[in-house]
Design a protein around this ligand. Structure first.
Ligand SMILES: Nc1ncnc2c1ncn2[C@@H]1O[C@H](COP(=O)(O)OP(=O)(O)O)[C@@H](O)[C@H]1O
Ligand SMILES: [Mg+2]
Length: 368
């Protein structure tokens, strides 16, 4: 078990700065996900925690102890990489047992640990196989097994499943969550994949260009993104973002985008007042644009006419592309909802759920 603190970490390479003033706290037993686009510094942060590289500035603390200058070996941390390698000349059993033997653990204990780990990962029947006899997914399971068999304080996973096909990836994510439920160990899991981050994390730290953008629970990030970057990173279809003007008529605020004019809820008055002249960035998710019908009667006003452009069936829902004025939006229509029955070319009345929309400052890009 371990509590991790990163304090103002900076990492310079000769070409530039990979990590800038990065701070993060991970509670004991937490499954934390470090998410962000490729090149934002995720692997560098992980390598700094593992002790494989030194930060240029800042401190790494494990359970309150400053380990910044401690070698990797002394940190009791296990890391699983994307490009893992099993020892090809050892059977699966020995691949799992190797680290324990090196630590001079008694033989009976090693057997017990290996068997327990193999059971947890469903690889018991592979223990006598050679790595070359395994599929990609099986190899990756063994790689995870090799990390967890030691029961280290902390697990670091660096995009460990990105080489696997989608189905296997989903299964392995489930395994990781399951292992975490069992062992309650501290895990830091790195991914560039928004779905993986949402599914796995107790909390997600979203990174951009070497800095932490936002740290929150998955639904917190989805519902209250701190800025435009966070709003765009999570969600499919992505949040629609538009430049918008602010109008005030008889004490009521409206947001205007070309021909579209929507009334803002009164509780936004204070937030919106300073933007009357500069305008804002308007953000709306596909599920917050609804077909006007008996279900949406409770949402007052803000109904506009739109024409359906195309409908993309996705299985449990469809993505309905619509056009109103010069703006296009995507509406999420659940199967069996009346909105799922619309056809291209059809004129429909839609409603914006204005309690759900988001507004951002056009300069700082921060949420209002
Ligand atoms: N050993 C290194 N030498 C020089 N630059 C590096 C090194 N490792 C990473 N970088 C640079 O640091 C940045 C962050 O890289 P990385 O941490 O691997 O990002 P991520 O894992 O999020 O894709 C990138 O611009 C990368 O080119
Ligand atoms: Mg990486």
């Amino acid at each position: 078990m371990a509590r991790i603190e990163l304090k103002n970490i900076k990492k310079k390479f000769w070409r530039g700065v990979a990590v800038k003033d990065f701070s993060l706290e991970i509670a004991d037993g937490e499954l934390c996900v470090l998410a962000g686009p490729s090149g934002c510094g995720k692997t560098t942060v992980l390598r700094i925690i593992a002790g494989l590289t030194n930060p240029t500035e800042g401190q790494v603390l494990i359970d309150g102890e400053d380990v910044t200058d401690m070698p990797a070996k002394a940190r009791d941390v296990a890391m699983v990489f994307q490009n893992f390698a099993l020892y090809p000349h050892m059977k699966v059993y020995d691949n799992l047992a190797f680290g324990l033997k090196m630590r001079k653990m008694p033989a009976e204990l090693i057997t017990m640990r290996v068997q327990e780990t193999a059971e947890m990962l469903g690889i018991t029947e592979m223990l006598e196989k050679w790595p070359r006899e395994l599929s990609g997914g099986e190899k990756q399971r063994v790689a995870v097994g090799r990390a967890i068999v030691r029961k280290p304080k902390l697990f670091l996973f660096d995009e460990p499943f990105s080489n696997l096909d989608e189905k296997l990836r989903v299964k392995m994510r489930y395994e990781i969550k399951n292992i975490h439920e069992h062992l309650k160990n501290t895990i830091l899991y790195v991914t560039h994949d928004q779905t993986e981050a949402m599914m796995l994390g107790d909390r997600i730290c979203l990174m951009k260009e070497g800095t932490a953008v936002q740290m929150a629970a998955p639904m917190g990030l989805y519902n209250q993104p701190a800025n435009i970057f966070a709003a765009g990173f999570f969600g499919f279809p992505p949040m629609k973002l538009l430049k918008a003007g602010i109008l005030k008529e008889d004490g009521v605020y409206f947001i205007s985008m070309d021909t579209l004019k929507l009334r803002l809820p009164d509780n936004m008055k204070e937030k919106i007042a300073p933007y009357e002249n500069s305008g804002v960035i308007f953000g709306v998710r596909a599920e917050d644009i609804l077909l006007k019908d008996e279900y949406t009667k409770k949402i007052e006003g803000n109904s506009v006419n739109a024409s359906v452009i195309i409908v993309e069936p996705m299985g449990p829902e469809s993505h309905v592309h619509i056009n109103t004025g010069n703006n296009t939006f995507i509406m999420r229509a659940k199967q069996k909802d009346p909105a799922d029955a619309v056809k291209p070319g059809q004129q429909i009345d839609i409603v914006f759920d204005m309690d759900k929309i988001l507004l951002f400052d056009p300069k700082t890009e921060k949420a209002l």
